[in-house]
Design a protein around this ligand. Structure first.
Ligand code: NI
Length: 173
């Protein structure tokens, strides 16, 4: 089931999300809905707060290829190591549609998480995957990519999003 994606600004996007104690059938369904919602958007990552659930769950697939998908479901993801070397990507966010900006982050990041079968996982992500996983984990801490930008740029984007939300509300979408 495709779920509606919250648009910034929204208090649920600013929350510190709660750890998941047990991977229930409901949470597995949520993860599967999030992947469907992400592919439909289309996007390469989605965090639970973006669909209004303030729990520590993200999904991603940076393959950008329907022929070779790699859907990942990460419960309670944690960054345990980042490289000193940085890389810059032009980031966007499904909660901030059509706004993009360069953000600098470590170009490799080791992340631990629990997968949908309850198994502990660890991987060192590189390149776009590293950027994406750090961007999504930021969401679980109430942080958006625009928080890395200067105040003026951030306010300008926020005003555009407020206008967009008013338009959506008026059209009853
Ligand atoms: Ni995002």
């Amino acid at each position: 089931m495709i779920r509606p994606i919250l648009i910034h600004p929204d208090p649920r996007l600013k929350k510190q999300c709660d750890p998941i104690r047990e991977i229930t059938a409901d949470l597995r369904r949520l993860a599967s809905d999030m992947l469907e919602t992400m592919y439909d958007a289309p996007g390469i990552g989605l965090a639970a707060p973006q669909v209004g659930i303030t729990k520590r769950l993200i999904v991603m697939d940076c393959m950008k290829s329907p022929d070779a998908p790699r859907p990942l479901i990460l419960f309670n993801p944690q960054v345990t190591w980042t490289s000193d070397t940085l890389s810059t990507y032009e980031e966007g966010c499904l909660s901030i549609p059509e706004q993009y900006a360069d953000v600098q982050r470590p170009d490799r990041a080791t992340v631990t998480w629990t997968d949908e079968t309850g198994t502990a996982q660890e991987e060192t992500f590189e390149g776009l995957w590293a950027t994406c996983v750090q961007h999504e984990i930021d969401h679980l801490n109430g942080k958006l990519f625009i928080d890395y930008l200067g105040l003026m740029r951030r306010q300008m984007i926020t005003r555009k999003m407020e206008k967009l939300k008013r338009e959506i509300a008026r059209e009853g979408r």
